[in-house]
Design a protein around this ligand. Structure first.
Ligand SMILES: Nc1ncnc2c1ncn2[C@@H]1O[C@H](COP(=O)(O)OP(=O)(O)OP(=O)(O)O)[C@@H](O)[C@H]1O
Ligand SMILES: [Mg+2]
Length: 450
């Protein structure tokens, strides 16, 4: 790949110092822009694809921290280096919170400047390899991979959801990435620097769940030896992720509904309402509408939760993503295990792409991990795959298909395996040649001229 020329914007009210920095960076092969105030800087940001901003902390009117905040809100992929003349811990902490990547205390040498710039750009490069567009396609959003249209749509939804505080309901089969999506929403929202608190509602016994969620005051029940905050209080200012929301009891649903309506919680044993500012994201692999119909899930709560719905498609409905995920997980696990990255033969990729993947991305991840652990050499071919994936027999694993479709697939496989020989095919299938011809026609399988 061609080396990208990074674009750096330098903002400082002291003209001499920006010119010096700019000259040095230009010589090192970067494209630079300069501005003597954040206002002028913001104009440049608007019109150029800036990768990195180097800004002074102390400036009249708008300081470096306010500017950083502005950049992060408007251009979340832009990295920031802050030059500080008066290194103070407090301002450093503030700046980190607002999204500064590195500090450069004044005075600095050219080498220090280059080292800091390279360090930050390296981070950006890594992010770009995984993260960025390739011919306008997004492959990764906050660690979630996908180049299928369905996943691109999901990325858009995550992006939209992160700009609001509306409640989000994430639905999808097990292993489709629901928790990843919840995290992505939080970490791309303005709440990113606050807590993300995941709660597995299905994994905590009913009685415990209430005290875990809302906290309790000392003496409110046997064993309550101290006052303890719950997950909601911990998530104040941030996001709570209520996973497996479909598993909650009706009485817990009433309590959750109240919290969502009033934005207040009561600790167990206390009558004092506590105002909380928590963004709620829920997930379930159940069909909540069905549960509502059955009377197991409250309809009013369902509507409260389902303000934004993100429905994650199963992996088999976006098979285009499989090669990308294969590549990603084999790089990840070979690195972790200190092995060379394996190469998948074309047939292996084909078999993996055609498998039904009932456990979705998690299953794929596990399969790759196991393959890398087990494999001595670094070529992965069809015989190395788990037996379920070795054959192109999707009708074996998919229990939602019509008999007629499965029949066509099977006929096609046998017909092709017999070199399109109709006598042999009809013999294997146990039908006469006339019936075979009819079926081939119905299934739109091309018949070779005899
Ligand atoms: N699009 C994706 N890109 C990269 N990794 C993914 C993707 N989707 C899922 N994963 C990985 O798959 C695993 C399962 O993801 P996650 O826990 O988010 O799924 P889930 O939908 O919450 O599953 P469950 O319903 O079983 O809780 C994780 O290890 C995650 O890193
Ligand atoms: Mg999950």
């Amino acid at each position: 790949m061609e080396e990208k020329k990074y674009k750096i914007l330098i903002v400082d009210d002291v003209k001499d110092s920006i010119e010096l920095v700019s000259r040095n960076l230009e010589q090192a092969g970067y494209i630079t822009f300069t501005a003597t105030s954040p206002i002028k800087g913001s104009e440049i940001l608007k019109n150029n694809d800036i990768d990195l901003v180097i800004t002074d902390l102390r400036m009249p009117d708008i300081d470096g921290i306010a500017f950083t905040r502005y950049i992060k809100e408007n251009y979340k992929n832009v990295e920031i280096i802050m030059i500080t003349g008066y290194p103070s811990i407090e301002s450093a902490v503030d700046a980190v919170k607002t999204g500064v990547s590195e500090f450069l205390p004044k005075p600095f040498t050219d080498d220090e400047l280059f080292a800091t710039v390279e360090k930050v750009l390296f981070k950006l490069k890594v992010k770009n390899v995984l993260n960025k567009e390739d011919k306008g396609k997004t492959f990764v959003f906050q660690g979630i991979l996908g180049n299928s249209d369905k996943m691109k749509r999901i990325f858009e939804l995550i992006d939209k959801a992160s700009q609001t505080t509306a409640t989000v309901l994430i639905t999808g089969e097990s292993g489709t990435g629901k928790e990843m999506v919840a995290r992505a929403i939080h970490y791309s929202s303005p709440r990113a620097s606050q807590s993300f608190v995941p709660v597995n509602c299905g994994g905590i016994p009913e009685e415990l769940l209430e005290s875990e969620l809302f906290g309790y005051v000392k003496g409110s029940f046997t064993g309550a030896n101290e006052t303890r905050a719950g997950f909601f209080q911990t998530a104040d200012g941030g996001t709570i992720f209520l996973d497996e929301i479909g598993e909650t009891s009706l009485s817990m649903q009433v309590k959750l509904l109240r919290v969502l309506q009033d934005k207040t919680v009561y600790m167990i044993g206390s009558r004092k309402p506590q105002k909380i500012d928590v963004r709620v994201i829920c997930a379930t692999n159940k069909n909540l509408e069905e549960l509502v119909k059955k009377g197991i899930f409250r309809e009013d709560l369902y509507f409260r939760l389902n303000v934004i719905n993100i429905e994650l498609p199963p992996l088999r409905e976006r098979r285009e993503d499989i090669p990308l995920l294969l590549e990603h997980f084999s790089a990840k696990y070979s690195k972790e295990l200190g092995k060379e990255k394996p190469t998948f033969t074309e047939n292996a990729v084909k078999s993996l792409s055609e498998y039904f993947w009932p456990g979705n991305v998690r299953e794929l991840e596990n399969v790759i991990q196991r393959l890398i652990i087990m494999k001595e050499d670094n070529i992965i071919d069809v015989p190395d795959l788990p037996s379920l994936m070795r054959f192109n027999l999707p009708y074996k694993n998919d229990l939602t298909r019509k008999l007629s479709e499965i029949e066509c697939d099977y006929i096609k496989d046998v017909y092709e395996s017999q070199g399109k020989n109709k006598s042999k095919t009809s013999e294997i299938l146990g039908i006469d040649r006339k019936t075979l011809r009819e079926k081939l026609k119905r299934c739109q399988i091309e018949i070779d001229e005899e």
